[in-house]
Design a protein around this ligand. Sequence first.
Ligand code: 0PR
Length: 400
Amino acid sequence: MKEEGLAAAKILAVLQRSLKDDMTFTSGRIMGSMCTEPTRFARLLYSKYLERNLGDPGLFPATARLESEAIVSAGELLNHPNAHGSIVSGGTEANIMALWSARNETKIEKPEAIVPASVHHSFNKAADMLGIKLISVPTDERGRVQASRVKAAITANTVMIAGIAGTTELGAIDPINELSEIAASHEIHLHIDASFGGFVIPFLNDLGYPAEDFDFKLSGVSSIAIDPHKMGMAPVPAGMILFREVEMLERIDIKASYLAGGEYSKVSILGTRPGAAAIVVWATMQMLGKQGYRKIVRKCMSLTNLLYENALKMENIQPVQEPMLNILGLKTLHESPQEVSDKLRERGWAVSTFPRHLRVCVMPHLRKRHILEFSSELERLDQKEELIVKPISKIRYSLL
Ligand code: 0PR
């Protein structure tokens, strides 16, 4: 740190230069992120309430009340208005809290949690922190966990089963109803990671897309992670954890009674927490209502299907499968996903790269023209690769 500070104008100029390399959502080139462009209203509110700290709710009881109201709204969306929970920093914190609560419920010495092979790496973080062994269960050809294998993996040490409503890799939705039955009959905590799908799946049936039950409507579901900062349209950081019963939250409630307003009203891993994030989550849900979210989901799903249809026509780049949510996996038949991803990046597009496919998240910042431009870019790559790669593939096939 320098001895003397800089003038604001100078700092602004430096920032303008040094942040130039960051991508923007408005460019329509961010194709692999689960986050999106904050609304203007959200920007305004966020800066207005910057000093609100939910780590000391006695100072900001009104903000704390809004947090509770936002949890009720999310609970209503997920078929349990009496759910208990908190606004947290994202899906990672929500998943850690769920695993923490499930572990504390039992006195098992060597706790295990059964998770789909497609689970987000936040579960690995949680398991490492909490001393829990993860038992990974394979998924089927559509990327959904195999419920029979989950059942077979249960032991006396199982403290939790996890299901995913919108996998990180493909946006697949696990057979949550089957998992619910298994969890209920074995009295095991079933946690649903709906970090991505939580603000999408509730609207699919209305829009004519197939969607099975995934939430508290199923009696075996004990907790749900749902992220306002993904399809909930709120800025980062904003996740939510909801528990079916208050005791599930109380098990991980570590009190701090010296604060201005008495004890913490909410349970979280963080101490100091951004009240502005909670206010914006509340306001965004108020502003959009179910109608607003449904409209967003309609647009994202129709653009996802447009991209899917376009990719079907290609030769070397192909959809992994029909999308279940607004996430599309793309296989690259003659090059590694990394090679294709690098080429796309050179041309200004950012997609996510998994070992066997590319992932496109068709988020609300993307418009039809972006999908069409991206499709054309893929087509150009597809054709070019065909020219270069075909002779090699012919040799490969002739060797078979
Ligand atoms: N659960 C699932 C199913 C997720 O996909 C993610 C994040 C999490 C939990 C964890 O959520 P937080 O990141 O909020 O803690 N998945 C995104 C992904 O891996 C995270 C992300 C978001 C990555 C925006 C990049 C990006 O630009 O794609």
